[in-house]
Every structure is written in structure tokens, then in C-alpha cells.
Design a protein around this ligand. Structure first.
Ligand SMILES: *[C@@H]1O[C@H](CO)[C@@H](O)[C@H](O)[C@H]1NC(C)=O
Ligand SMILES: *[C@@H]1O[C@H](CO)[C@@H](O)[C@H](O)[C@H]1NC(C)=O
Ligand SMILES: *[C@@H]1O[C@H](CO)[C@@H](O)[C@H](O)[C@H]1NC(C)=O
Ligand SMILES: *[C@@H]1O[C@H](CO)[C@@H](O)[C@H](O)[C@H]1NC(C)=O
Ligand SMILES: *[C@@H]1O[C@H](CO)[C@@H](O)[C@H](O)[C@H]1NC(C)=O
Ligand SMILES: *[C@@H]1O[C@H](CO)[C@@H](O)[C@H](O)[C@H]1NC(C)=O
Ligand SMILES: *[C@@H]1O[C@H](CO)[C@@H](O)[C@H](O)[C@H]1NC(C)=O
Ligand SMILES: *[C@@H]1O[C@H](CO)[C@@H](O)[C@H](O)[C@H]1NC(C)=O
Ligand SMILES: *[C@@H]1O[C@H](CO)[C@@H](O)[C@H](O)[C@H]1NC(C)=O
Ligand SMILES: *[C@@H]1O[C@H](CO)[C@@H](O)[C@H](O)[C@H]1NC(C)=O
Ligand SMILES: *[C@@H]1O[C@H](CO)[C@@H](O)[C@H](O)[C@H]1NC(C)=O
Ligand SMILES: *[C@@H]1O[C@H](CO)[C@@H](O)[C@H](O)[C@H]1NC(C)=O
Length: 446
């Protein structure tokens, strides 16, 4: 850097000092939008225990970078588009008050923050060569790691509490052992290594959890999910959720072709929709012996010959039970429905041999509702409909989301006799539209 920028640094720095850290010398205050493009820019701070400001490392010049000496950064550290940066370390850094952002640095292989204990947000995106990220963070609010080459993540072994934890599209990531005990907002693990095994054995509660493309998952302590819990498109064969007692929103198991066993022995209540669909090898659904209340609709679709929902006595939405197996008897579900245990307008129970489809008259569907595709689509997104009968809406939006073809124009027909067909088609649609229908379900019942 030249004299001019140096002068500017001290000028702006001088102006910036005074609020949070009056004891930080101006030489340790970073002027706004400072970009370090070479090691010497970083060395300026080596005498600073605390640095105030936001530091960005960028440019094609820097190949290895180190932030030495600095223990506290009151601001953010961003590595962005440092195209030739292979290695970066800041092992003295203990505390970053805002974010650690590592983004779009396509040569970065190693990032080392061994001393880091506390940071608000860790965001790592588009680091296709990053295979080594070292830290041992104890406190963080947000962790988001996407599109890296990390094989394992050992970085969070002491992290017990976060607001949000999201690892996605890290194609080599095969193992995650997490010490998390609670997740205030979302936990998501998706599209990582093909046979990824994840262990969240200390996790007691989370607001919502979504797991996709996982081979093995363990949640032995999980007791409560405040909002939704979904297992979608995994190769998991068995799921032990035996400590789970309640799910506040929707609970879904969708498109897990290897799943043969679900154990949710202590689950009593699902606040939203309850969906088990397209788990082709799930022949026995016996894992929900205590489930008594479902706040939304229940949909169990697949190849099951055994379905034990014996404690179920209150379903606010509709019921859709469809199996290809001819050995399944609908009688107990029919009896639950006739006793008023399934309150929604739509009830379907079908097995490979016979079919029962009861559609009670419903004001909203007989009142000349949408027959055009666009209309029924806009309806599924229309929040103002939220207070109307929910099962009817699920029915319609499920059939509305099926093919995107002429399903809309048939929706009048499907409002009477053809109901079960519409549902079945929607449920057996490819994963994409299935999840679409799920999202709609979740949106309505959350
Ligand atoms: C810093 O950069 C941001 C966006 O790049 C810009 O909006 C802002 O005005 C800059 N601030 C200063 C002090 O230059
Ligand atoms: C650092 O950036 C954040 C936003 O990213 C801003 O809120 C904060 O004021 C900046 N801090 C300094 C010291 O410039
Ligand atoms: C990244 O930096 C290069 C120069 O090194 C520049 O040409 C390119 O536009 C930058 N890309 C982004 C997305 O900022
Ligand atoms: C880290 O920084 C935050 C915010 O500046 C502060 O509250 C906290 O005490 C610091 N922690 C350590 C270990 O210095
Ligand atoms: C995950 O566990 C299975 C055994 O269940 C093992 O075969 C596989 O290699 C593990 N995956 C990884 C990435 O270690
Ligand atoms: C988690 O649940 C909250 C509502 O409680 C919602 O706003 C948020 O979008 C959900 N996140 C995910 C990833 O589903
Ligand atoms: C499951 O819950 C029971 C009762 O709440 C508790 O004693 C047990 O330790 C929990 N198991 C695990 C693995 O957390
Ligand atoms: C979620 O449930 C847990 C366990 O019951 C509770 O401690 C926590 O406050 C709840 N969180 C939210 C956001 O409701
Ligand atoms: C389902 O998982 C497979 C790999 O197991 C993946 O290739 C595919 O894209 C996933 N599909 C969806 C809809 O997520
Ligand atoms: C899942 O099941 C398929 C057969 O449907 C089998 O080929 C595959 O090996 C299984 N995958 C895993 C990871 O167990
Ligand atoms: C479910 O898990 C519990 C606790 O691990 C176990 O005692 C029970 O036998 C399991 N039930 C089934 C049907 O697998
Ligand atoms: C069920 O899931 C499998 C793979 O996960 C997928 O290939 C298939 O298209 C899905 N079947 C239906 C009918 O949705």
C-alpha cells in the first residue's frame, strides 16, 4: 500500500475509534472496506491483540496468508475471491464478534483457526478445494458450510448450542459427529457425501430438522422438535427416534428407499402433518405405538402391509392411507374415521385389493372453486385461505401440484368421485413434486 492509503487509514481509523474500544490504538482499527491483498497488509496488525473493524482478504496476489498475533477481532473476517490463496491461518484468533466468511476462493485448501473459541457466524461457501478446516469453536450462532471438499468436520466438537446449522453440497463430507445439544432454528444436512453418516447423539431439541441424502443418522437423545422434522431421500435403513416425544410442526419420512424400520416409540403428538411416503421397503410401520394426536393431515402411502397407529385418536386434518399391499386392512382406520377421530373432510384408505374413499360434502369445494390450473396454484400459496378447512385445501393443493399439466382442469371432477386418484397421483409423483406437496402441507399446518 502507498502513502496515500496509509494516510487515509489513520484518518478514517482515528474517526472510527471511540465507541466500542477506546483503548484500541488507531493502528489497530481497520478503516471501512479495507482489503488485504498481500501478507504485508495483514502484518500491519500483528502487534494488535484486539483489532476493530471488518477485514477482507481478496485478490489474486496472495497465496498463503496469516493473521498473526491478533486475538480479538471486533468485526468480521472475510476471505472473498482470493483466487490463488491456498492456505490461510489465524491460529491466535480467539474471538470474532461478527462473522468468519470464507467465500469463493477456489484454490483454498487449508484454513486454520485453531484458537478460535467464539464467533457469531461461520459462513463457508464455494471453496471447492477446501479439505481442511481447523477450529474448535465453543460458541457460535450460525454455521453454514456449502460447496467445500471437506471429508469430515471436526470443527464443532465442543459446540453445544447454535441457532442454525446447515451443511449442504459438500460432496466429500462423509462423517459428522456433532456435540450439539440444541438448535434454536434450523438443522439441515443435505446433498453431502453419498454415504454420509451423521451423529447427533447429544441433541435434545431443535426447532426444525431436515436430513437429506444421508446414509446413517443417529439422534438417540432427541426429545422434542418444536417445528418440523423431515427425512427425505436418504439411504438410511433404520431410524431410532425412540426418545422423541413431540413434533410441533410436520413430521415426514419421504423417499427413503432403504428404510425398513422407524422407531418412534415415545412419540405422542405431531402438531402438523404426518407423512410417510415412497419408502419402498417400509413394509411394516410399527414405530408409532403412542402417537395419539396429529394437528394436520395424516398421509401414509407406500407398500406397507402393517400399520400400527393404535393410539391415534385425534387427527385434525384428513387421512390418506394407500398401500400396494393387498394384505392391509382398512377396518380400524375406517372405524377411527367414522368415530370422528379423523376430522378432515377427506379420507382415503386403499390397499392393493380394494379401495375406500369417503369425501364428505365441503362448502369450499362445491362452491364452484377453481377449475383452472393457475387458480388452483395461486390458491396453494394463498395465506388468506389459511383459516378455511385445511384438509380440503391439502387435497386440492396436492392434486394441483401433481403434473403441472392439465390437472387443474380436472379438479372439478376430482372434487367428487375422482378424489382418490388425484391424491394417489400426487403422492406417487416424482420426488420433486412430492416434496412440493409436502411443502404445501407444511405451509398449511405449521
Ligand atoms: C463499503 O462497501 C460497501 C459495499 O461494497 C458500500 O456500500 C459502502 O458504502 C462502503 N463504505 C465505505 C465507507 O466506503
Ligand atoms: C462491519 O460490517 C458490519 C456489516 O457486515 C457492520 O454492521 C459493522 O458496522 C462493520 N464494522 C465496522 C467497524 O466497520
Ligand atoms: C474475482 O477477482 C478477479 C480478479 O482477481 C475478478 O476478475 C473477478 O471479477 C472477481 N470475481 C468476483 C465474483 O468478484
Ligand atoms: C468475544 O467478543 C464478544 C463480543 O465482543 C464478547 O462479548 C466476549 O466476551 C468475547 N469473548 C472472549 C472470550 O473474549
Ligand atoms: C457410513 O457407515 C457405513 C456403515 O453403516 C459405512 O459402510 C460407510 O463407509 C460410512 N460412510 C463413511 C463416509 O464413512
Ligand atoms: C424452521 O422453522 C421456522 C418456523 O418455526 C421457519 O421459519 C424456518 O423456515 C424453518 N427452517 C427450515 C430450514 O425449515
Ligand atoms: C431418553 O430419555 C430418557 C427419559 O427421558 C432418558 O433417561 C435417557 O437418558 C434418554 N436417552 C438418551 C440416549 O438420551
Ligand atoms: C423448543 O423446545 C425446547 C424443549 O422443550 C424448549 O426448551 C425451547 O424453548 C423450544 N424452543 C422454541 C423456539 O420454542
Ligand atoms: C436423491 O438422492 C440421490 C442420491 O442418493 C440424488 O442423486 C438425487 O439427486 C436425490 N434426489 C432429490 C430429489 O433430492
Ligand atoms: C439401498 O437399496 C438399494 C436397492 O434398492 C441397494 O441397491 C443399495 O445398495 C442400498 N443402498 C445402501 C446405501 O444401502
Ligand atoms: C425402539 O427403541 C427402544 C429403545 O432403544 C427399544 O427398547 C425398542 O425395542 C425399539 N422398538 C423397536 C420396535 O425397534
Ligand atoms: C421414489 O424414490 C425413488 C428414489 O429415491 C425414486 O427413484 C422414485 O422415482 C420415487 N418414486 C416415486 C413413485 O415417486
Amino acid at each position: 500500500m502507498n502513502l496515500k492509503s496509509l494516510l487515509l487509514t489513520s484518518l478514517v481509523a482515528g474517526a472510527a475509534v471511540g465507541d466500542s474500544s477506546s483503548n484500541v490504538p488507531s493502528s489497530c482499527t481497520i478503516k471501512p472496506n479495507t482489503t488485504a491483498t498481500q501478507q504485508s497488509d495483514l502484518d500491519k496488525y500483528s502487534g494488535c491483540e484486539t483489532v476493530v473493524g471488518n477485514l477482507t482478504v481478496s485478490g489474486s496476489e496472495i497465496q498463503t496468508g496469516a493473521l498473526n498475533g491478533v486475538k480479538n477481532l471486533e468485526g468480521s473476517l472475510t476471505i472473498y475471491n482470493a483466487s490463488n490463496l491456498v492456505q490461510f491461518n489465524a491460529d491466535n484468533l480467539q474471538n470474532i464478534s461478527h462473522s468468519l466468511n470464507l467465500q469463493l476462493s477456489t484454490s483454498l485448501e487449508t484454513a486454520s483457526f485453531n484458537g478460535l473459541e467464539e464467533v457469531d457466524t461461520i459462513k463457508m461457501v464455494a471453496l471447492p478445494k477446501l479439505r481442511d478446516f481447523e477450529t474448535n469453536v465453543k460458541k457460535a450462532n450460525v454455521v453454514y458450510i456449502s460447496d467445500t471438499s471437506l471429508k469430515t468436520v471436526h470443527a464443532f466438537e465442543e459446540l453445544q448450542k447454535v441457532r442454525s446449522f446447515n451443511l449442504n453440497n459438500n460432496k466429500d463430507l462423509g462423517n459428522l459427529e456433532s456435540a450439539l445439544e440444541s438448535v434454536e432454528d434450523g438443522l439441515e444436512f443435505s446433498a453431502n457425501g453419498q454415504d454420509a453418516n451423521v451423529t447427533f447423539n447429544d441433541l435434545k431439541w431443535a426447532n426444525n430438522i431436515t436430513l437429506r441424502d444421508v446414509h446413517r443418522a443417529s439422534f438417540v437423545s432427541l426429545k422434542e422438535v418444536n417445528s418440523s422434522l423431515g427425512f427425505i431421500n436418504n439411504t438410511i435403513d433404520s431410524l431410532n427416534l425412540s426418545n422423541l416425544t413431540s413434533v410441533g410442526g410436520s413430521l415426514s419420512f419421504v423417499s427413503n428407499p432403504n428404510l425398513t424400520n422407524i422407531n418412534a416409540t415415545n412419540l405422542q403428538e405431531v402438531g402438523g402433518g404426518f407423512v410417510i411416503a415412497n419408502n419402498t421397503r417400509l413394509f411394516k410401520v410399527g414405530g408409532f405405538p403412542k402417537l395419539s394426536k396429529v394437528g394436520g393431515a395424516v398421509s401414509v402411502v407406500g407398500n406397507f402391509s402393517y400399520l400400527d397407529l393404535d393410539s391415534l385418536n385425534s387427527v385434525k386434518g384428513g387421512g390418506d392411507f394407500e398401500t400396494h399391499s393387498g394384505n392391509f386392512s382398512c377396518s380400524s382406520l375406517k372405524s377411527l374415521q367414522s368415530k370422528g377421530g379423523i376430522k378432515g373432510d377427506s379420507f382415503i384408505c386403499k390397499n392393493g385389493a380394494q379401495s375406500t374413499s369417503i369425501k364428505m360434502s365441503s362448502k369450499s369445494s362445491s362452491g364452484g372453486k377453481s377449475s383452472s390450473k393457475t387458480e388452483s396454484k395461486s390458491k396453494s400459496g394463498d395465506k388468506s385461505n389459511k383459516d378455511k378447512n385445511s384438509s380440503d385445501k391439502f387435497t386440492r393443493s396436492a392434486s394441483g401440484s401433481q403434473s403441472g399439466g392439465d390437472s387443474g382442469s380436472k379438479s372439478t371432477a376430482s372434487n367428487d368421485g375422482d378424489q382418490s386418484k388425484g391424491m394417489a397421483a400426487a403422492q406417487f409423483a416424482p420426488a420433486g413434486s412430492l416434496t412440493g406437496a409436502l411443502a404445501v402441507l407444511a405451509a398449511f399446518f405449521l
